[in-house]
Design a binder for this molecule. Structure first.
Ligand SMILES: *Cc1c(COP(=O)(O)O)cnc(C)c1O
Length: 359
């Protein structure tokens, strides 16, 4: 008997979400973002399921290598570009696209001997102040890149928004205007939109969109769940009750004895904890489904176990099914109770859990 905790990955939901992005964005091409092991869903599994995308975005060479080894032939974009000049020959060998975000990276292209051509995505920092060349460096950068014999014709240009999930934030418009002004009258393929920007306005769609979170069926917009946009949750984290007991008023629960029963009540123990990636900071009151019914977590999360109030599931017994997130229980809600974001919960799911694909 293995530990009764597992991660279900719903591949048809993944495909559904990609089709929804296609419908929303019409003629834009789609770079499906699969960095961080496809937001915890399994890099190769997700890429194989999303063959209708136009490209994949990954954060590093190791991730790109895994995709090529799995016979993924679509374009793959290294979102941080080359970190060292020695990576370039491997990038050429695997026919990868690279983001170029610094003058230092342009120098790498200038100083490598191999002539095999690379597709470049030039990243401009329009106000997020993470990666990217400043708008003032743009022209010079283009000139240098176009002079490189190993750069493909038709450089793409991109930027990334810092506040796309807050539609009324002034920085969104500011970044958008800087970007559009910079590349007007230039025949370049342009891309700006992550999931939040895709949902918020069609003006961000341009030639390419770069959805991540929404592909996994999760809302990038604060205070909203994905159901509102017709997205289907891809990951379900589920487990079982491994113990059920009746406690007395005043009995304390778990480490630190931080929570005490306000009445005589039934409680259950779930076989998932922070060692599986469940957030340790999930507060008392965080919802879980027991036999499909909403119940509340109580006390502190342990490494391998959680405690749940079974007051409204008086007949629950050992072996009954528990859902920690996914399906009827939006991960957005769980994230809020843990004072984090769904991105972090998805990425943190531990690989020791059993992953089961559902078609
Ligand atoms: C991660 C990432 C995305 C996807 O962001 P989501 O909010 O998950 O849609 C898009 N573009 C770049 C450059 C990224 O790094």
């Amino acid at each position: 008997m293995t530990r009764p905790s597992r991660v279900i990955i719903d591949k048809s939901a993944l495909k559904h979400n990609l089709q929804l992005v296609k419908k929303l964005t019409h003629n834009s091409k789609i770079m499906a973002i699969v960095k961080a092991d496809a937001y915890g869903h399994g890099l190769v599994r997700v890429a194989k399921t999303l063959q209708d995308a136009d490209a994949f975005g990954v954060s590093c060479l190791e991730e790109a290598e895994k995709l090529r080894e799995a016979n993924i032939l679509l374009p793959i974009v290294l979102l941080e570009g080359p970190h060292e000049i020695i990576e370039l020959s491997r990038i050429q060998e695997l026919d990868l696209d690279v983001i170029i975000h610094s003058s230092n990276q342009i120098s790498m292209l200038e100083h490598t001997n191999s002539k095999k051509k690379i597709q470049i995505w030039l990243k401009i920092d329009t106000g997020m102040h993470r990666l990217g060349l400043s708008p003032f460096e743009f022209k010079e950068a283009m000139k240098r890149l176009e002079a490189c014999s190993n750069v493909k014709n038709g450089i793409n240009i991109m930027t990334h928004l810092a506040t796309a999930n807050e539609i009324n934030h002034p920085l969104v418009t500011q970044q958008f205007n800087i970007f559009i002004n910079l590349c007007k009258n230039i025949e370049l393929k342009k891309t700006i939109a992550n999931s939040a920007a895709i949902i918020n306005s069609s003006k961000f769609h341009l030639d390419w969109v770069r959805p991540g979170l929404m592909l996994y069926g999760v809302s990038p917009i604060k205070g909203e769940t994905a159901i509102k946009y017709g997205l289907k949750s891809v990951m379900t984290l589920e487990s079982e009750l491994i113990s059920v007991k009746n406690l007395n008023k005043g009995d304390s629960i778990g480490y630190g004895a931080t929570w005490c029963c306000p009445k005589n009540m039934p409680i259950g123990i779930i076989a998932v904890g922070y060692g599986d990636g469940f957030p340790r900071h999930a507060k008392t009151g965080t919802p879980v489904l027991v036999n499909g019914v909403r119940c509340s977590l109580i006390g502190r999360a342990s490494m391998d176990m959680l405690t749940v109030d079974l007051s409204n599931q008086a007949h629950a017994k050992i072996g009954d099914k528990v859902v920690l997130w996914g399906g009827e229980l939006p991960i957005e809600e769980v994230a809020e109770h843990a004072e984090t974001i769904p991105y972090e919960l998805l990425c943190s799911v531990h690989k020791r859990l059993m992953f089961i694909e559902k078609n």
